[in-house]
Design a binder for this molecule. Structure first.
Ligand code: PAF
Length: 298
């Protein structure tokens, strides 16, 4: 496939690295304007701590025009600008895959002619310095259609291309349920670890029990308004399982705060608060935690 990866963050480089390894793909990387200088090579450290360098093939108007697949690996608050920059440069047949945390960024956009999919990850990956990514935890990807149509043949080709590059990955018809589960996990783990400046595993401490319960109760009430039904105990167990599996990880929101970057809070707990307003529901704990994260943002 002709693939353009947008964004040189951890997830962008994780995909660029694995997709370029498959000979049959033609892959290029489109870097954000924030990159002060773009080197000729990138570095990637794998799960066995083995580092290698690879050639950076940069996207241009031709690779964008020929792209079968656009992998949009930017933060949720950069999605709108990234899509605006692609308008009139990509084919209406190109498939756009959104790889960001949180929800609501896609809904901010005017309807796109291209088929749009969401890709949810549980991999751990971080940027150790510009254009150097380190894979820190093996995970799984779920891929699902969020707008438009794709034929079964193209869906299978896309799924196979991505799954061969970075297993395991599966196509799901239940992407909305999975997006909500990921959202709920991020709503609890990300702000608490960012505010407390702790690794994900420290969330299992009893002192966070009551806060976690309040956040989950509010999320369940808002999700029900969207016809997503969570069971309290199951949801809590899933969240704590992710905290256990990623115990030594620094959450993306904590990394954003530590590196003085804007966080994705508006698309995580902010998404819950916006929906709660529409539904006439009170979500004081989510509102409070947003204020606490905002106070840490520069
Ligand atoms: O945003 C993150 O950091 C991750 O989605 C997760 C699952 C919370 C693990 O750190």
């Amino acid at each position: 496939m002709n693939i353009v990866v947008i964004g040189q963050g951890a997830i962008g480089l994780l995909w660029y690295h694995h997709l370029t390894k498959a000979q049959k793909n033609s892959v290029s990387l489109s870097c954000s304007a924030s990159a002060s200088s773009v080197p000729k090579h990138y570095h990637f450290t794998d799960l066995n701590n083995h580092s290698e360098q690879g050639l950076l093939t940069l996207a241009n108007n031709t690779t964008l025009a020929n792209a079968d697949l656009i992998l949009l690996c930017v933060k949720s608050y950069q999605v709108k600008a990234a899509i605006a920059a692609l308008t009139n440069k990509i084919s209406t047949q190109a498939i756009i895959v959104f790889c960001h945390n949180g929800m609501g960024a896609y809904q901010d956009l005017a309807k796109l002619p291209q088929p749009c999919l969401a890709l949810l990850t549980t991999h751990g990956c971080k940027i150790t310095r510009p254009f150097h990514a380190q894979h820190t935890g093996l995970g799984h990807h779920d891929l699902g259609l969020i707008a438009g149509d794709i034929s079964p043949t193209i869906r299978d080709e896309l799924t196979a291309t991505l799954a061969q590059a970075l297993p395991t990955l599966s196509f799901t018809e239940a992407i909305k349920d999975k997006q909500w589960l990921k959202l709920a996990i991020n709503c609890v783990i990300n702000p608490i670890t960012a505010i407390e400046n702790i690794d994900n595993g420290q969330l299992l401490d009893d002192k966070f029990k009551s806060l976690i319960t309040k956040l989950i109760d509010e999320i369940i009430a808002v999700a029900a308004y969207e016809n997503i039904n969570f069971d309290f105990n199951e949801l809590k167990a899933s969240i704590l399982q992710v905290a256990t599996n990623t115990a030594k990880n620094c959450s993306s929101m904590r990394s954003d705060i530590l590196q003085q970057r804007k966080t994705e809070i508006d698309y995580i707990n902010g998404y819950i608060v916006n929906l709660a307003r529409k539904a006439g529901l009170g979500v004081p704990q989510n509102e409070k935690i947003i204020q606490q994260v905002r106070a840490l943002e520069v």
